[in-house]
Design a binder for this molecule. Structure first.
Ligand code: ATP
Ligand code: MG
Length: 328
């Protein structure tokens, strides 16, 4: 029986696929069809070390980029500078998802942009402003967000800045509230797409979705504010336009960043009509059946068993992608 050790911790919801309830559902889903899974709750470096050294498992699946006690935000990895994937790589332990180098590039959106720009993959014009750093002189409007968060944490209508005064305020908010660099991007006013990447090599699939929210929920700007996320207000549909373009763009990003098993590539349309990547999620949400990955998967892989059967297939497929890379 192939065994999956699922890692989560206080930061599992902020950094990973969802809260403890989601993790339990993932685990239950895996405890069928010839696999076994258990959850290990990681609170510090010692509990992580104990888990990887003393338990039996064939592969690890982590909801954590780094060990953190912060339940609300991802934050910077500053306490001990260790990343889960770094430790697993150094010990040659198999795990699901991209390697350590990629994981670090994905959770820091400024680094994702740098890699993509270097590979000529379109991203918004962007500037990183460190705490104490000098504000840029961009073309307005711009979008100001934390460089290392998820779930639209820190994002509201105030994220859009139209003047140097707005910009100053938005950057200060990120620095004081989240203690991390602020990412200042070209504001992308158009439609939002998200492309699910599953599996690797010949089996790799790119499934595009367009994200819609009833316009009555928007404030001043059509952006996915934090209060619109995780509450069932964002719905994903098969895109009627830009289907091929979004798949191509996601493919370029995945190649440039060496993504594996399961990532989700978020993109938006710029003022001039060009589709640009805003971020690549290294540990996409897996709440059945509300998170975007299960929603998209169901759009393309309908099963007579319904949404939960589709969720079951998605979860097994992600884990099998990991197993097959390692020949497990
Ligand atoms: N440059 C931009 N222009 C316009 N809107 C933006 C821009 N960047 C982000 N947004 C809006 O803010 C939302 C959250 O941004 P982003 O996807 O970068 O962060 P996130 O919090 O990591 O999201 P996720 O929950 O997908 O991990 C986007 O879904 C989008 O609606
Ligand atoms: Mg996003």
């Amino acid at each position: 029986m192939k065994k999956v050790m699922i890692l989560t911790g206080p930061a599992g919801d902020a950094q990973g696929w969802g809260d403890m309830e989601v993790t339990r559902q993932l685990c239950d889903t895996l405890n069928t069809a010839g696999k076994a899974a258990e959850i290990v709750y990681i609170e510090n470096r010692q509990s992580f070390k104990d888990a990887i050294e003393n338990r039996f498992y064939d592969i690890i699946w982590s909801a954590l980029y780094h060990i953190s006690s912060k339940a609300d935000i991802v934050g910077l990895n500053e306490d001990d500078g260790m990343w889960i994937a770094d430790i697993l790589d150094s010990r040659e332990i198999p795990y699901i998802g991209p390697n350590a180098r990629t994981m670090k590039q994905l959770i820091q959106k400024n680094l994702t942009h740098a890699v993509l720009q270097h590979n000529h993959v379109p991203v918004p014009q962007n500037f990183t402003v460190d705490i104490g750093g000098k504000n840029p002189e961009p073309v307005y409007p711009v979008f100001v967000k934390p460089s290392c968060e998820s779930r639209s944490v820190g994002i509201s209508d105030d994220s859009v800045a139209n003047t140097p005064e707005d910009l100053e305020k938005a950057i200060n908010y990120i620095h004081t509230e989240f203690e991390q660099p602020a990412l200042v991007e070209e504001y992308l006013p158009g439609d939002e797409y998200t492309v699910l990447m599953l599996s690797n090599g010949r089996n790799q699939e790119f499934l595009p979705g367009i994200v819609k929210v009833d316009a009555s929920h928007y404030g001043k700007y059509p952006i996915l504010r934090s209060d619109l996320r995780g509450v069932g207000l964002t719905k994903i549909y098969r895109p009627a336009t830009r289907r091929k373009e979004s798949i191509e763009l996601a493919g370029q990003a995945v190649e440039a960043l060496n993504c594996l098993d399961h990532v989700r590539v978020d993109m938006r349309v710029a003022a001039d009509g060009q589709l640009k990547i805003i971020e690549v999620n290294g540990i996409p949400g897996l709440k059945p059946v509300k998170s975007w990955s299960p929603q998209i998967y169901s759009l393309y892989h309908a099963s007579p068993g319904g949404e939960m059967a589709e969720y079951h297939r998605l979860v097994h497929l992600i884990v099998e992608s990991g197993f097959s890379r390692y020949g497990i």
